[in-house]
Design a protein around this ligand. Sequence first.
Ligand code: ADP
Ligand code: ZN
Ligand code: ZN
Length: 688
Amino acid sequence: MLGVAVDAPQHSGLDRLLDYLAERPRPRGSLVRVPLGRREVLGLVWSSTEREAEPAQGGAVALRNVVEAFDALPALPPAWCDLLDFAAGYYQRSLGELALAVLPPELRRIDAAGLARRLARIDKRLAKAQPARDEPSLPTPSIEQAAVLAALAASETPATTLLHGGTGSGKTEIYLREAARALDAGRQALVLVPEINLTPQLEARFAERFPDRRVVALHSALTPAQRLGHWLLALRGDADLVLGTRLAVFTPLARCGLIVVDEEHDPSYKQQEGARYSARDLAVARGRIEGVPVLLGSATPSIETWHNALPAAQGGAGRYRRLAMPGRIGGAAWPRVRLIDMGRLPKAQTRASPIAEPLRDALRERLARGEQSLVLLNRRGYAPVLHCADCGWKSACPHCSAWRVFHRHDRTLRCHHCGLTQRVPRACEQCGNADIRPLGRGTEKLEEQLAGLLPEARIGRIDADTAKCAGALAADLARVHAGEVDVLVGTQMIAKGHDFRRVTLVAAIDPDGALFGSDFRGPERLFALLMQAAGRAGRDAQQAAGAEMWVQTWHPGHALYGALKAHDFEAFATSLLTERRGAGLPPYRHLALLRADARTQELAQAWLAAVAEAAGDLPGSEEVQCYPPVPLTVQRVADVERAQMLVESASRPALQRFLAAWNPVLQTRRAESRGVLRWAVDVDPVAI
Ligand code: ADP
Ligand code: ZN
Ligand code: ZN
């Protein structure tokens, strides 16, 4: 008899293993197809017993047979199964829901014969492939790189290491060397990046460094067939290097030897729906399970990672090792940071132009010298809201508690939460006044204003709107690399990872918002973004001396900008840790969010309050505190009201015990409630 995990969410009641009959036992991690109701679905064998099923009698339901097993495929490795067990438990999901969410979707659509055919095709291709033999030329490691490599090579037990090095300090070179070491030892390496679409350069670098090895990518932009193909190559050990986004942390590897997480602080490592896992945290867990080293790289580590890498003597957790590369390759200077105090400029000037005069002059200088500039504004669209000065009407979304954003190029109002898109009305929807105006500024408007300010400049823009269709982003980036753009305007998309060689000025327009937002991670995020943006300037050592980062701010005295100016992450992290300790926030406390969606806000909050009440004497509850329910920042989306409740504990195990015991209570209460549409637990939320 086989215990099989199938795709059933935690709250469906089918979240445990289902029993099926089979001719013979199969190892844990074998893929099978099983009947479920009237359908046939993909299942994952999790337990297997020789025991004959007892003959059905009384009210018992007769067990059904497995339809077929995917025998051409090896079972998923034991370490992979352990990782899945851990992740399902930790993030409070059913095993089947998580497993089926992380396996290639194509597996659900093919049968055993189809898979066998596909594997045969792969074998044929592999036999034909001619490995190249050009030896790539390796750069001599810098003194800092050599020290890091020596420390990594000297470690006897596999450990998690924070590689703390600024942008352009040569971290990727360390990944390449460590990957080479793993490959030489006959192992595979897994490299995670936050957004593979933005980093085709990384793939190219690995392919170039390892011409006789097979490099595969795994991310959501692949076709289902490609994704399955790459996954199979990884599972069978045919691919030596796997590069991917957060979902790739679940790639089964026949002989895993190294896990790298680049830009480990990036919030996109956290899955925001379904199973809300953190790929960064799971990479660390996987390293422990597989017994392999994990390398976390960042210029601005997350505060949690920083705390884990700080020795106990310095108030840290002492869990990771920290290796630092403070300098830039070639000894180039870091860009000079210049703060423009917007409060000291004449009002007429700040109102008339988005760009202060000194910054405008600096942009003109770059233009005259043929250098490039980046202008960062973290808001897309033309203007965040349309407004009628006569009656006060604003372009609210009828379905969400949010404004509809004005997009000028196609004259639409778009809600960025529910997607509602309508043509801009000719006149105020409330009073008929024809003179409705945009309030505030997004990237589209900034692009237009910069064109007015610098008529001779070639201006480009990159944000989620321009990057919508496949290939557009790559083409836009190629134009920047080719020097066809003088000034590039964009959202945080332009700050990440790109190795632009001719950029010598980066400007952030009005980044203050994150300093005073409701999310306690706002400042941490902003600091990372600005440091990363600054890192885009002066990547070419010959131009680094003149590289500058400009920030237009109303709060130039803020400690964050001080640390940015001094290029001092450590001072910033120390002040954040002190704040977090005082406020009882991570990494000193552990958080989970319980979210409920309902038809009305009252119903959502009442349900949360009731389940908190019902949790009074669950295991772990004496060490766990439930805060009162509150609406989400964007309270209503697509006519659904959203509320959440913060659950907090000083002890991670107590919180875990509590959540596990709470889960069945939540399921029962949901079944009994009429108004609550769905609920979800988010463990270690990245935004609250
Ligand atoms: P990071 O990943 O920290 O941003 P990279 O590894 O991309 O840094 O290095 C920045 C640049 O310096 C790249 O163009 C890289 O090819 C180059 N580089 C890295 N290490 C060396 C070295 N030891 N000698 C010469 N150039 C190097
Ligand atoms: Zn009006
Ligand atoms: Zn909406």
